[in-house]
Design a protein around this ligand. Structure first.
Ligand code: 13P
Ligand code: SF4
Length: 389
Protein backbone atom coordinates (compact mmCIF):
# COMPACT_ATOMS: atom_id res chain seq x y z
CA UNK A 1 0.00 0.00 0.00
CA UNK A 2 1.29 3.46 -0.70
CA UNK A 3 0.10 6.87 0.31
CA UNK A 4 -1.52 8.65 -2.58
CA UNK A 5 -3.13 11.91 -3.60
CA UNK A 6 -6.79 12.75 -3.17
CA UNK A 7 -8.40 15.41 -5.33
CA UNK A 8 -11.06 17.40 -3.55
CA UNK A 9 -12.57 20.37 -5.35
CA UNK A 10 -9.76 22.78 -6.04
CA UNK A 11 -7.59 21.26 -3.33
CA UNK A 12 -4.92 18.69 -3.97
CA UNK A 13 -4.22 16.74 -0.87
CA UNK A 14 -0.70 15.51 -1.06
CA UNK A 15 0.47 12.25 0.46
CA UNK A 16 3.86 13.45 1.59
CA UNK A 17 5.45 16.74 2.41
CA UNK A 18 7.36 17.16 -0.83
CA UNK A 19 10.00 19.60 -1.92
CA UNK A 20 8.83 22.15 -4.50
CA UNK A 21 10.93 20.39 -7.11
CA UNK A 22 9.25 17.00 -6.78
CA UNK A 23 7.27 16.28 -9.93
CA UNK A 24 3.65 15.07 -9.97
CA UNK A 25 4.35 11.44 -11.03
CA UNK A 26 6.77 11.08 -8.12
CA UNK A 27 4.15 12.42 -5.74
CA UNK A 28 1.62 9.92 -7.12
CA UNK A 29 3.99 7.07 -6.30
CA UNK A 30 4.47 8.36 -2.76
CA UNK A 31 8.23 8.76 -3.05
CA UNK A 32 9.90 9.00 0.34
CA UNK A 33 6.92 7.54 2.11
CA UNK A 34 7.52 4.39 4.12
CA UNK A 35 3.96 3.59 5.11
CA UNK A 36 4.36 0.04 3.76
CA UNK A 37 6.83 -0.78 6.54
CA UNK A 38 4.17 0.05 9.09
CA UNK A 39 1.94 -2.73 7.85
CA UNK A 40 4.26 -5.15 9.61
CA UNK A 41 4.09 -3.45 13.01
CA UNK A 42 2.75 -6.04 15.48
CA UNK A 43 -0.73 -5.11 16.73
CA UNK A 44 0.26 -5.50 20.38
CA UNK A 45 2.91 -2.76 20.08
CA UNK A 46 0.74 -0.12 18.40
CA UNK A 47 -0.72 1.49 21.51
CA UNK A 48 2.62 1.89 23.20
CA UNK A 49 4.30 3.32 20.10
CA UNK A 50 1.43 5.76 19.46
CA UNK A 51 1.59 6.92 23.08
CA UNK A 52 5.40 7.29 22.87
CA UNK A 53 5.28 9.30 19.63
CA UNK A 54 2.50 11.49 21.03
CA UNK A 55 4.46 12.06 24.24
CA UNK A 56 7.57 12.93 22.21
CA UNK A 57 5.60 15.53 20.25
CA UNK A 58 4.12 16.89 23.48
CA UNK A 59 2.31 20.20 23.06
CA UNK A 60 3.30 20.34 19.40
CA UNK A 61 0.54 17.92 18.46
CA UNK A 62 -3.20 18.00 18.97
CA UNK A 63 -5.29 15.02 17.89
CA UNK A 64 -8.91 15.69 16.96
CA UNK A 65 -11.24 12.68 16.72
CA UNK A 66 -14.75 12.46 15.29
CA UNK A 67 -17.33 10.32 17.12
CA UNK A 68 -17.42 7.82 14.22
CA UNK A 69 -13.77 6.86 14.61
CA UNK A 70 -12.86 3.41 15.86
CA UNK A 71 -12.25 3.07 19.60
CA UNK A 72 -8.60 2.11 18.99
CA UNK A 73 -8.06 5.49 17.35
CA UNK A 74 -10.43 7.85 19.14
CA UNK A 75 -8.96 6.91 22.54
CA UNK A 76 -5.86 8.93 21.55
CA UNK A 77 -7.85 12.06 20.67
CA UNK A 78 -7.23 15.18 22.78
CA UNK A 79 -10.64 16.41 21.67
CA UNK A 80 -13.56 14.30 20.55
CA UNK A 81 -16.67 15.77 18.98
CA UNK A 82 -19.11 16.32 16.15
CA UNK A 83 -18.23 18.41 13.11
CA UNK A 84 -19.15 21.69 14.80
CA UNK A 85 -17.25 21.05 18.01
CA UNK A 86 -14.17 19.87 16.13
CA UNK A 87 -14.18 22.90 13.83
CA UNK A 88 -14.37 25.14 16.90
CA UNK A 89 -11.44 23.23 18.41
CA UNK A 90 -9.47 23.51 15.16
CA UNK A 91 -9.89 27.28 15.28
CA UNK A 92 -8.69 27.46 18.89
CA UNK A 93 -6.06 24.78 19.59
CA UNK A 94 -2.42 25.70 20.00
CA UNK A 95 -0.44 22.71 18.70
CA UNK A 96 1.86 23.05 15.72
CA UNK A 97 0.40 19.89 14.20
CA UNK A 98 -3.32 19.18 14.09
CA UNK A 99 -3.78 15.47 13.37
CA UNK A 100 -7.38 15.03 12.27
CA UNK A 101 -8.87 11.59 12.81
CA UNK A 102 -11.97 12.08 10.71
CA UNK A 103 -12.62 12.57 7.01
CA UNK A 104 -11.05 14.96 4.53
CA UNK A 105 -13.73 17.69 4.53
CA UNK A 106 -13.16 18.00 8.28
CA UNK A 107 -9.40 18.23 7.84
CA UNK A 108 -9.85 20.77 5.04
CA UNK A 109 -12.05 22.88 7.32
CA UNK A 110 -9.39 22.66 10.02
CA UNK A 111 -6.80 23.82 7.50
CA UNK A 112 -8.99 26.80 6.59
CA UNK A 113 -9.45 27.70 10.27
CA UNK A 114 -5.92 26.98 11.52
CA UNK A 115 -3.44 29.68 12.38
CA UNK A 116 -0.42 30.54 10.21
CA UNK A 117 2.13 28.34 12.03
CA UNK A 118 -0.07 25.24 12.11
CA UNK A 119 -0.20 22.24 9.83
CA UNK A 120 -3.14 19.84 9.41
CA UNK A 121 -2.54 16.13 8.83
CA UNK A 122 -5.10 13.49 7.80
CA UNK A 123 -3.61 10.07 8.64
CA UNK A 124 -5.15 8.41 5.55
CA UNK A 125 -5.88 10.53 2.50
CA UNK A 126 -8.46 8.01 1.32
CA UNK A 127 -10.72 8.96 4.22
CA UNK A 128 -13.17 10.95 2.11
CA UNK A 129 -16.95 11.43 2.35
CA UNK A 130 -19.16 10.19 -0.47
CA UNK A 131 -21.78 12.83 0.30
CA UNK A 132 -19.29 15.69 0.07
CA UNK A 133 -18.20 14.36 -3.32
CA UNK A 134 -21.80 14.55 -4.63
CA UNK A 135 -21.58 18.32 -5.12
CA UNK A 136 -18.88 19.17 -7.60
CA UNK A 137 -17.97 22.86 -7.90
CA UNK A 138 -18.57 22.83 -11.68
CA UNK A 139 -22.06 21.43 -11.15
CA UNK A 140 -22.84 23.99 -8.45
CA UNK A 141 -21.68 26.89 -10.60
CA UNK A 142 -23.79 25.56 -13.49
CA UNK A 143 -26.79 25.32 -11.14
CA UNK A 144 -26.25 28.92 -9.99
CA UNK A 145 -26.12 30.16 -13.55
CA UNK A 146 -29.28 28.19 -14.50
CA UNK A 147 -31.06 29.61 -11.46
CA UNK A 148 -29.98 33.07 -12.62
CA UNK A 149 -31.90 32.51 -15.86
CA UNK A 150 -35.11 31.98 -13.90
CA UNK A 151 -34.87 34.08 -10.76
CA UNK A 152 -32.74 36.77 -9.10
CA UNK A 153 -29.78 34.94 -7.52
CA UNK A 154 -28.96 37.94 -5.33
CA UNK A 155 -32.02 36.87 -3.30
CA UNK A 156 -30.79 33.25 -2.97
CA UNK A 157 -28.51 32.50 -0.01
CA UNK A 158 -26.39 29.36 -0.41
CA UNK A 159 -25.97 27.28 2.73
CA UNK A 160 -23.55 24.39 2.60
CA UNK A 161 -23.32 21.55 5.06
CA UNK A 162 -19.88 21.12 6.58
CA UNK A 163 -19.74 17.85 4.60
CA UNK A 164 -18.67 19.58 1.40
CA UNK A 165 -15.42 20.37 -0.35
CA UNK A 166 -13.46 23.54 0.35
CA UNK A 167 -14.39 24.71 -3.16
CA UNK A 168 -18.11 24.55 -2.33
CA UNK A 169 -17.54 26.35 0.96
CA UNK A 170 -15.64 29.02 -0.95
CA UNK A 171 -18.46 29.40 -3.50
CA UNK A 172 -20.92 29.72 -0.61
CA UNK A 173 -18.85 32.39 1.12
CA UNK A 174 -18.39 34.39 -2.07
CA UNK A 175 -22.14 34.34 -2.78
CA UNK A 176 -23.05 35.67 0.67
CA UNK A 177 -23.82 32.32 2.29
CA UNK A 178 -22.66 30.23 5.24
CA UNK A 179 -21.57 26.76 6.26
CA UNK A 180 -23.76 24.79 8.69
CA UNK A 181 -23.42 21.52 10.55
CA UNK A 182 -26.08 19.10 11.67
CA UNK A 183 -26.20 20.80 15.08
CA UNK A 184 -26.77 24.36 13.87
CA UNK A 185 -28.53 23.95 10.49
CA UNK A 186 -31.75 25.62 11.72
CA UNK A 187 -29.89 28.64 13.14
CA UNK A 188 -27.95 29.04 9.88
CA UNK A 189 -31.16 28.71 7.80
CA UNK A 190 -32.80 31.40 9.93
CA UNK A 191 -29.73 33.59 9.41
CA UNK A 192 -30.03 32.97 5.65
CA UNK A 193 -33.75 33.80 5.48
CA UNK A 194 -33.05 37.09 7.26
CA UNK A 195 -30.87 37.97 4.24
CA UNK A 196 -32.65 36.47 1.27
CA UNK A 197 -35.85 34.91 -0.02
CA UNK A 198 -34.58 31.45 -0.95
CA UNK A 199 -31.91 29.05 0.27
CA UNK A 200 -29.83 26.77 -1.95
CA UNK A 201 -28.96 23.95 0.45
CA UNK A 202 -25.86 21.85 -0.40
CA UNK A 203 -25.16 18.94 -0.60
CA UNK A 204 -27.45 16.90 1.71
CA UNK A 205 -31.06 16.78 0.56
CA UNK A 206 -32.21 15.15 3.78
CA UNK A 207 -30.59 17.50 6.29
CA UNK A 208 -31.98 20.42 4.28
CA UNK A 209 -35.52 19.02 4.15
CA UNK A 210 -35.59 17.85 7.77
CA UNK A 211 -34.37 21.25 8.94
CA UNK A 212 -36.65 23.28 6.67
CA UNK A 213 -39.71 21.26 7.66
CA UNK A 214 -38.99 21.68 11.37
CA UNK A 215 -38.80 25.43 10.73
CA UNK A 216 -42.31 25.35 9.26
CA UNK A 217 -41.47 25.38 5.54
CA UNK A 218 -44.03 23.23 3.68
CA UNK A 219 -42.67 20.25 1.73
CA UNK A 220 -43.99 21.60 -1.58
CA UNK A 221 -41.87 24.72 -1.14
CA UNK A 222 -38.69 22.62 -0.98
CA UNK A 223 -37.62 21.31 -4.37
CA UNK A 224 -34.77 18.95 -5.24
CA UNK A 225 -32.03 19.99 -7.66
CA UNK A 226 -30.68 17.04 -9.64
CA UNK A 227 -27.41 18.24 -11.17
CA UNK A 228 -27.80 15.77 -14.03
CA UNK A 229 -31.08 17.28 -15.30
CA UNK A 230 -31.95 20.56 -16.96
CA UNK A 231 -33.08 23.12 -14.34
CA UNK A 232 -32.31 20.38 -11.83
CA UNK A 233 -35.41 18.51 -13.02
CA UNK A 234 -37.77 21.39 -12.11
CA UNK A 235 -40.03 23.76 -14.00
CA UNK A 236 -39.39 27.50 -13.92
CA UNK A 237 -42.58 27.93 -11.91
CA UNK A 238 -41.44 25.40 -9.28
CA UNK A 239 -38.13 27.23 -8.94
CA UNK A 240 -39.84 30.63 -8.56
CA UNK A 241 -42.20 29.25 -5.89
CA UNK A 242 -39.52 27.34 -3.94
CA UNK A 243 -38.22 28.59 -0.59
CA UNK A 244 -35.51 25.93 -0.38
CA UNK A 245 -33.64 24.29 -3.25
CA UNK A 246 -32.19 21.03 -2.00
CA UNK A 247 -29.13 19.58 -3.72
CA UNK A 248 -29.64 15.90 -4.56
CA UNK A 249 -26.94 14.47 -2.31
CA UNK A 250 -27.13 11.98 0.53
CA UNK A 251 -25.15 9.91 3.00
CA UNK A 252 -25.01 6.26 2.03
CA UNK A 253 -24.80 5.23 5.70
CA UNK A 254 -27.81 7.21 6.94
CA UNK A 255 -29.94 6.49 3.84
CA UNK A 256 -30.09 2.88 4.97
CA UNK A 257 -32.36 3.53 7.94
CA UNK A 258 -36.03 2.99 7.09
CA UNK A 259 -39.46 3.45 8.69
CA UNK A 260 -39.70 -0.37 8.81
CA UNK A 261 -36.67 -0.37 11.13
CA UNK A 262 -38.44 2.12 13.39
CA UNK A 263 -41.63 0.01 13.46
CA UNK A 264 -39.72 -3.22 14.13
CA UNK A 265 -37.58 -1.86 16.95
CA UNK A 266 -40.67 -0.40 18.66
CA UNK A 267 -42.56 -3.67 18.33
CA UNK A 268 -39.69 -5.71 19.74
CA UNK A 269 -38.82 -3.24 22.53
CA UNK A 270 -41.94 -1.59 23.96
CA UNK A 271 -41.15 1.83 25.42
CA UNK A 272 -37.92 2.28 23.44
CA UNK A 273 -37.08 5.76 22.16
CA UNK A 274 -35.78 6.28 18.65
CA UNK A 275 -33.20 8.96 17.90
CA UNK A 276 -31.75 9.53 14.44
CA UNK A 277 -29.20 11.77 12.76
CA UNK A 278 -30.78 14.45 10.51
CA UNK A 279 -29.00 12.93 7.49
CA UNK A 280 -31.70 10.22 7.62
CA UNK A 281 -34.62 10.36 5.15
CA UNK A 282 -37.58 12.60 5.95
CA UNK A 283 -39.98 9.69 6.73
CA UNK A 284 -37.46 8.20 9.18
CA UNK A 285 -36.83 11.54 10.88
CA UNK A 286 -40.62 12.01 11.17
CA UNK A 287 -41.10 8.55 12.65
CA UNK A 288 -38.31 9.01 15.22
CA UNK A 289 -38.87 10.48 18.69
CA UNK A 290 -35.84 12.73 18.41
CA UNK A 291 -33.35 14.00 15.87
CA UNK A 292 -29.78 14.96 16.73
CA UNK A 293 -26.25 15.49 15.48
CA UNK A 294 -23.72 13.01 16.82
CA UNK A 295 -23.13 15.30 19.81
CA UNK A 296 -26.90 15.80 20.19
CA UNK A 297 -27.49 12.04 20.23
CA UNK A 298 -24.89 11.55 22.97
CA UNK A 299 -26.34 14.37 25.08
CA UNK A 300 -29.94 13.17 24.71
CA UNK A 301 -29.12 9.61 25.76
CA UNK A 302 -26.89 10.68 28.65
CA UNK A 303 -29.62 13.02 29.91
CA UNK A 304 -32.30 10.30 29.88
CA UNK A 305 -33.20 8.44 33.09
CA UNK A 306 -31.34 5.25 33.99
CA UNK A 307 -33.01 2.21 32.45
CA UNK A 308 -34.01 4.09 29.26
CA UNK A 309 -33.85 2.15 26.03
CA UNK A 310 -32.67 3.81 22.83
CA UNK A 311 -32.53 2.78 19.18
CA UNK A 312 -30.05 5.00 17.38
CA UNK A 313 -29.99 5.75 13.67
CA UNK A 314 -26.38 6.67 13.02
CA UNK A 315 -22.95 5.20 12.35
CA UNK A 316 -22.26 1.98 14.25
CA UNK A 317 -19.02 2.94 16.01
CA UNK A 318 -20.78 5.68 17.93
CA UNK A 319 -23.75 3.42 18.72
CA UNK A 320 -21.50 0.62 19.98
CA UNK A 321 -19.47 3.03 22.11
CA UNK A 322 -22.62 4.43 23.72
CA UNK A 323 -23.88 0.93 24.32
CA UNK A 324 -20.61 -0.03 26.05
CA UNK A 325 -20.10 3.17 28.03
CA UNK A 326 -23.64 3.87 29.23
CA UNK A 327 -24.20 0.85 31.42
CA UNK A 328 -27.40 2.26 32.92
CA UNK A 329 -29.02 2.55 29.50
CA UNK A 330 -29.83 0.05 26.79
CA UNK A 331 -28.52 1.42 23.48
CA UNK A 332 -28.87 -0.41 20.17
CA UNK A 333 -28.62 0.33 16.48
CA UNK A 334 -31.87 1.10 14.68
CA UNK A 335 -30.74 -1.24 11.91
CA UNK A 336 -29.53 -4.73 12.82
CA UNK A 337 -27.14 -4.84 9.88
CA UNK A 338 -23.98 -2.92 10.64
CA UNK A 339 -23.99 0.68 9.30
CA UNK A 340 -20.31 1.56 9.01
CA UNK A 341 -18.91 4.71 7.48
CA UNK A 342 -16.21 2.93 5.51
CA UNK A 343 -14.22 6.10 4.95
CA UNK A 344 -14.12 7.09 8.63
CA UNK A 345 -13.02 3.48 9.22
CA UNK A 346 -9.98 4.00 7.00
CA UNK A 347 -8.12 5.76 9.81
CA UNK A 348 -6.47 2.88 11.63
CA UNK A 349 -4.04 2.87 14.55
CA UNK A 350 -1.34 2.05 11.98
CA UNK A 351 -2.10 5.24 10.03
CA UNK A 352 -2.11 7.26 13.23
CA UNK A 353 1.20 5.77 14.32
CA UNK A 354 2.77 6.40 10.91
CA UNK A 355 1.66 10.03 10.93
CA UNK A 356 2.82 10.66 14.52
CA UNK A 357 6.20 8.93 14.22
CA UNK A 358 6.94 10.87 11.05
CA UNK A 359 5.99 14.13 12.74
CA UNK A 360 8.16 13.21 15.73
CA UNK A 361 11.03 12.62 13.28
CA UNK A 362 10.45 16.07 11.77
CA UNK A 363 8.72 14.86 8.61
CA UNK A 364 5.23 16.07 7.75
CA UNK A 365 3.13 13.44 6.01
CA UNK A 366 -0.38 13.70 4.52
CA UNK A 367 -0.60 17.43 4.93
CA UNK A 368 -3.96 18.91 3.94
CA UNK A 369 -3.45 22.22 2.24
CA UNK A 370 -6.25 24.34 0.82
CA UNK A 371 -5.05 26.88 -1.75
CA UNK A 372 -5.18 30.56 -0.79
CA UNK A 373 -7.91 31.59 -3.22
CA UNK A 374 -10.26 28.85 -2.06
CA UNK A 375 -9.38 29.44 1.57
CA UNK A 376 -10.32 33.14 1.47
CA UNK A 377 -14.05 32.76 0.89
CA UNK A 378 -14.32 29.33 2.51
CA UNK A 379 -13.09 31.04 5.67
CA UNK A 380 -15.76 33.73 5.26
CA UNK A 381 -18.44 31.02 5.06
CA UNK A 382 -17.05 29.14 8.08
CA UNK A 383 -16.67 32.33 10.12
CA UNK A 384 -20.30 33.26 9.46
CA UNK A 385 -21.32 29.93 10.96
CA UNK A 386 -18.94 30.16 13.93
CA UNK A 387 -20.20 33.67 14.71
CA UNK A 388 -23.68 32.22 15.28
CA UNK A 389 -22.71 30.27 18.39
P1 13P B 1 -21.96 15.46 12.91
O1 13P B 1 -21.83 16.89 12.53
O2 13P B 1 -23.23 15.16 13.58
O3 13P B 1 -20.76 15.01 13.64
O4 13P B 1 -22.04 14.61 11.57
C1 13P B 1 -21.01 14.49 10.68
C2 13P B 1 -21.27 13.40 9.75
O5 13P B 1 -20.54 13.21 8.81
C3 13P B 1 -22.44 12.58 9.93
O6 13P B 1 -22.51 11.63 8.94
FE1 SF4 C 1 -19.92 11.23 4.94
FE2 SF4 C 1 -21.98 9.67 5.63
FE3 SF4 C 1 -19.50 9.05 6.42
FE4 SF4 C 1 -20.77 11.14 7.48
S1 SF4 C 1 -21.33 8.98 7.68
S2 SF4 C 1 -18.64 11.08 6.80
S3 SF4 C 1 -21.89 11.90 5.69
S4 SF4 C 1 -20.29 9.12 4.28
Amino acid sequence: MSTNTYKSGTTTLIGIEQPETLRAPEIEKGVGCDFDNYLLVPDNTLDERIATAKAKLGKDVVILGHHYQRDEVVKFADFRGDSLKLSQQAAEVDGKYIVFCGVHFMAESADILRREHQVVVLPDLNAGCSMADMADIGQVEACWSELGGVTDTSKIIPVTYMNSTAAIKSFTGEQGGSVCTSSNAAAVMRWAFARGEKVLFLPDEHLGRNTGYRMGIPLDEMIVWNPFEELGGNTEEQIRKAKVILWKGYCSVHQRFTVEHVARVRKENPGIRVIVHPECRFEVAQAADEIGSTEGIIKAIKASPAGSQWAVGTEIHLVNRLSKELKDHKVMSLDRSVCVCTTMFRITPVHLLWALENLAAGKIVNRISVDERTRKFARVALDRMLALR
